[in-house]
Design a protein around this ligand. Structure first.
Ligand code: NDP
Length: 282
């Protein structure tokens, strides 16, 4: 149990949202830890981000989460970046350190923490579907965790190629690009397969273009999709005897890491999972 003397405020700046699962998790975790902290969800349009960032600093907020479309744009208003955030060129968590505001990225770390429940990424051959923000965060973090090879599968050669260049040139991990055209055949030596595309978001029947016959028993298959968590991709993998991991673990773990960055304490992760399941009505 934590008993900080001060009330602090953290915020989430992003697009208009119907509800924010991270706010729900954070508020429950603060309450469970006996902390009189607040987590505010603020809808900030891109043209107001500069003023919003100045407001955060002027009011001395503890920090916050930054979601689409601000993950890259917020960087110019910060006073420094963590190694991972600098490599990814994206920030999803800001923390006040003295009078400096430092950008972090907890998305990839949250994924790795979740993956560790089933396997250690070190020395693994890993295939990542997609080359967007989530794929980039996960790939950089897996590279920092010494994966032996990362294959980026992207329908956009430019976006995929840029990520592979980053991984090879700055993260110093062996990486290659497959341009996604038709059903992807998972290479037989693959040990972990990750859907980091948005396919499946709000669509439980959306199909990831993939040859199901190449999913072998024992392969670890992970999805980043949060809602709904039981995606078609994971259901197919389960039917093929794969070990599966849904997107909830990544979301909970990135929230656990953000909580720790802001407060210096570990939250009760079970409280966060219960809150998330309640929020998603699972
Ligand atoms: P982006 O828009 O940055 O990237 C989406 C990626 O999916 C792109 O690479 C895009 O390809 C690819 N893609 C989309 N549709 C298709 C398709 N039909 N075929 C092939 N590729 C496709 O989004 P994010 O990376 O920020 O987010 C992706 C998902 O991850 C979202 O659903 C988000 O909710 C989830 N997420 C989950 C988190 C968690 O904690 N569990 C954390 C962060 C995100 P292209 O570039 O060619 O358009």
């Amino acid at each position: 149990m934590v008993t900080p003397s001060l009330q602090e405020i953290v915020c989430c700046m992003g697009q208009p949202v119907a509800g924010n699962p991270t706010q729900y998790m954070m508020e429950k975790a603060f309450a469970a830890a006996g902390m009189d902290w607040r987590y505010l969800t603020l809808e900030i349009p891109p043209q107001a981000l500069c003023d919003a960032a100045r407001g955060m600093k002027a009011m001395g907020l503890r920090g916050g989460n930054f979601t689409l479309p601000h993950k890259v744009a917020i960087i110019e208003y910060l006073d420094g970046l963590s190694e991972a955030a600098e490599l990814m060129g994206a920030v999803n968590c800001v923390n006040r350190d003295g009078d400096r505001y430092i950008g972090e990225n907890t998305d990839g770390k949250g994924f790795v923490q979740s993956l560790r429940d089933v396997t250690d990424p070190a020395e693994k051959r890993i295939v990542i579907l997609g080359a967007g923000g989530a794929a980039r965060a996960i790939a950089v973090e897996l590279g920092l965790e010494r994966a032996s090879h990362l294959t980026i599968v992207s329908r956009s050669p430019d976006r995929g190629g840029e990520l592979v260049e980053l991984l090879q040139g700055r993260v110093h991990v062996d990486a290659s690009l497959v341009v996604w055209d038709g059903d992807f055949a998972v290479p037989v030596e693959t040990e972990v397969l990750i859907n980091a595309t948005s396919i499946g978001h709000l669509d439980a029947r959306a199909r990831v273009p993939l040859s199901a016959s190449t999913l072998r028993p024992g392969l670890v298959v992970a999805d980043v999709i949060i809602n709904p968590p039981h995606t078609q991709f994971l259901r197919t993998a389960t039917d093929c005897g794969c070990t599966t991991l849904d997107g909830l673990g990544m979301l909970i773990n990135q929230a656990v890491i953000s909580f720790r960055i802001w407060t210096g304490f570990d939250p009760d992760a079970d409280v966060m999972r219960e809150a998330l399941e309640e929020f998603l009505e699972l």
